[in-house]
Design a protein around this ligand. Structure first.
Ligand SMILES: Cc1ncc(COP(=O)(O)O)c(C=O)c1O
Length: 260
C-alpha cells in the first residue's frame, strides 16, 4: 500500500534515527540545547538570514511570523487558498488579533498585484492597518516563478509592506527550478520552512528572518507553549534532513509526474 494522503506521512530513516539518538541536548528555553543551536545557526547561514527559530510545526512557524510582523488590529494579505488563511484554524485572528485579507489565487497560484493594491487599506481609523503580504511557494503543488517573486518584492517596497513566505515546500520549488533555495528566499522578510514533509524529519519547522523579528517570534513561541526543552533530538533530525534529503525531492516529483 502506498499512502498518498500527504508528504507529511514520511518517516525518519535509520540514519536519521541514529543521529537523533546521539544528539547532544540541553534546555532550549535557556538557550542550552546544542543541537537546536546548531540547527538554527546552520539554517540562518544556509538561507542567508540573520536568525532562525526552530518551531514545533509549520502552522506555528507561520503564526509566529504573522505575530512578529503584525500587531493587534493589523492585517495581512494572502491568497484565498493560502495554508495560513484556510488551513490553520484562523490562528492569526484567533491568537494574534490579526485580520486576514484573502484574495483569490490565479490559476498558477500567484495573486494579481492590481487586486492586492486595491485591497490595501487607506490610513483611516475605519480600517485595519495593512502590514504584510504573505505568499506560499509551492502552492497547491505549483511553483511561483522567480520573476513573480522579484515583482512581489518591488510591490511591497512600493507599498511599504513586509513580505512573508510560507515556504513549507520551498525546497520542492528550488529543486524543480534547479536554483539554490536562496534565489527563492532572498526576496522575503521572513520565511517558514517545514522539515517534516518531503524532507523526512518527524517534527519541526523553521522560521527565518532578521534578529529582531526572530527575537519577537521566540517570545511569542514561549507564550504559545512552544518553548520545547530538550528539543535537540528533533532539531538533529531537522539538520540531517537539510543536509541529506533535498536532492531526493526530484524522485518525489518524478513519481508524481508518473502517477499523473
Ligand atoms: C503550505 C503549508 N504550510 C504550512 C503547513 C503547516 O504545517 P504543519 O502541518 O507542520 O503545521 C502545511 C501543512 O501541510 C502546508 O501544506
Amino acid at each position: 500500500m502506498i499512502d498518498f494522503r500527504s508528504d507529511t506521512v514520511t518517516k525518519p530513516t535509520k540514519e536519521m534515527r541514529d543521529i537523533m539518538y546521539s544528539a547532544p541536548v540541553g534546555d532550549d528555553v535557556y538557550g542550552d540545547d546544542e543541537s537546536v543551536n546548531n540547527l538554527e545557526n546552520f539554517a540562518s547561514t544556509r538561507f542567508n538570514f540573520e536568525a532562525a527559530l526552530f518551531c514545533s510545526s509549520g502552522t506555528q512557524a507561520n503564526l509566529l511570523g504573522l505575530m512578529a510582523h503584525c500587531e493587534r488590529g493589523d492585517e495581512y494579505i494572502c491568497g484565498q487558498n493560502a495554508h495560513n488563511y484556510k488551513f490553520e484554524g484562523g490562528g492569526a485572528a484567533v491568537l494574534g488579533s490579526i485580520q486576514p485579507q484573502p484574495i483569490e489565487n490565479e490559476q498558477n497560484g500567484s495573486i494579481n498585484f492590481n487586486k492586492i493594491a486595491a485591497a490595501i487599506k487607506p490610513d483611516d481609523s475605519h480600517f485595519a492597518k495593512t502590514r504584510l503580504l504573505s505568499l506560499e511557494n509551492t502552492i497547491g503543488g505549483k511553483v511561483l516563478s522567480l520573476e513573480y517573486l522579484a515583482q512581489a518584492r518591488d510591490f511591497v517596497n512600493e507599498h511599504n509592506l513586509a513580505l512573508h513566505l510560507d515556504g513549507a515546500r520551498a525546497f520542492n520549488a528550488s529543486v524543480e527550478l534547479e536554483v539554490d533555495i536562496k534565489q527563492i528566499t532572498k526576496h522575503f522578510d521572513s520565511v517558514s520552512i517545514c522539515l517534516s514533509k518531503g524532507l523526512g524529519a518527524p517534527v519541526g519547522s523553521l522560521l527565518l528572518g532578521s534578529s529582531s523579528l526572530v527575537n519577537k517570534a521566540r517570545r511569542w513561541r514561549k507564550v504559545l507553549g512552544g518553548g520545547m526543552r530538550q528539543a535537540g533530538m528533533l532539531a538533529a533530525a531537522g539538520q540531517y534532513a537539510l543536509e541529506n534529503n533535498i536532492s531526493r525531492l526530484k524522485d518525489d516529483h518524478a513519481n508524481a509526474r508518473y502517477l499523473a
